[in-house]
Design a protein around this ligand. Sequence first.
Ligand code: AHR
Length: 333
Amino acid sequence: MARHTFARTTLAALSAVTLLALGACSSEPPSSGGDTGSGDSGDELISVGFSQVGAESGWRSANTMSIKDALTEENGFELSFSDAQQKQENQISAIRNYIAQGVDVIAFSPVVETGWDAVLEEAKAADIPVVLTDRAVETTVEDAYVTFIGSDFVEEGARSGEWAVEQYDGEGYKVVELQGTTGSAPAIDRQQGFAEAIEGSDLEIIDSQTGDFTRDGGKKVMEGFLTAHDDIDLVFAHNDDMGLGAVEAIEAAGLTPGEDIKIITIDGVKDGMQALADGKFNYIVECNPLLGPDLAEIIKATVAGEPVEERIVTHDEAFDQEAAKEALPDRQY
Ligand code: AHR
């Protein structure tokens, strides 16, 4: 199975023109049969079917808002949006509906990595270009999608692990891991990146379970960890929401998050950044959810038959407690 991973580029550094003009690692999108109009000049709207994972986290809400704000009629789009409630079968049936409707472009953020071959074949047979946002798929279908835009999740896990080693190696830290949705690209990749980064240090992962990227899930799993282990030093949570759930569980157990038990998370949504500034988290590696404007440019280029890079990696920052205090006033989400 081909796993689509490509060299790192910084999307933020690319204007729409350079982004779409880069020929070296580009693929010709399938023709959509749609209009090439931008909408602002009175052309026909580009119809887009977008299947979202769900509404499981603050990150996801910010991502949904960014997509809806960018794919407006004013900007030249007719958007059909569906929320899959974290279920692959809902995404597959939404994508089949978009194929039946004959939209110009389908975009989706796949809840899990595998199991997409049939529906991707169907989109290809219907000559409807597909754009992946946020999460990758594993597929045997050739030229299944035009591009995949989103963060490098392995690197996010690695940056989390590297910071943990820098801060705590030599102290024999026992680590518990709150994993994202089982089978999802961010859960698989962040786990891998973190594990590789702490190899050779004396940090030890003593337990690892899924909290499904939700605050409730993080809280419940953390309660179980606290019952099973009395020696936890550090939580690595695959997103802010699960980290915030862990804060609740740690406080309920009479301990102080950020001190008695350190917490590293990924995302950087406002609530997470507030917890970091308040000293309840210790470090956050950002995952940028604001994919809407670049998705809009990608779709326009695709419909116009212009080449698009086959992997576009978004730029992510990282924050300690002091950096969070500085960044919070200007945080958009
Ligand atoms: O795929 C991105 C991840 O999905 C975010 O880190 C998480 O918060 C979300 O649910």
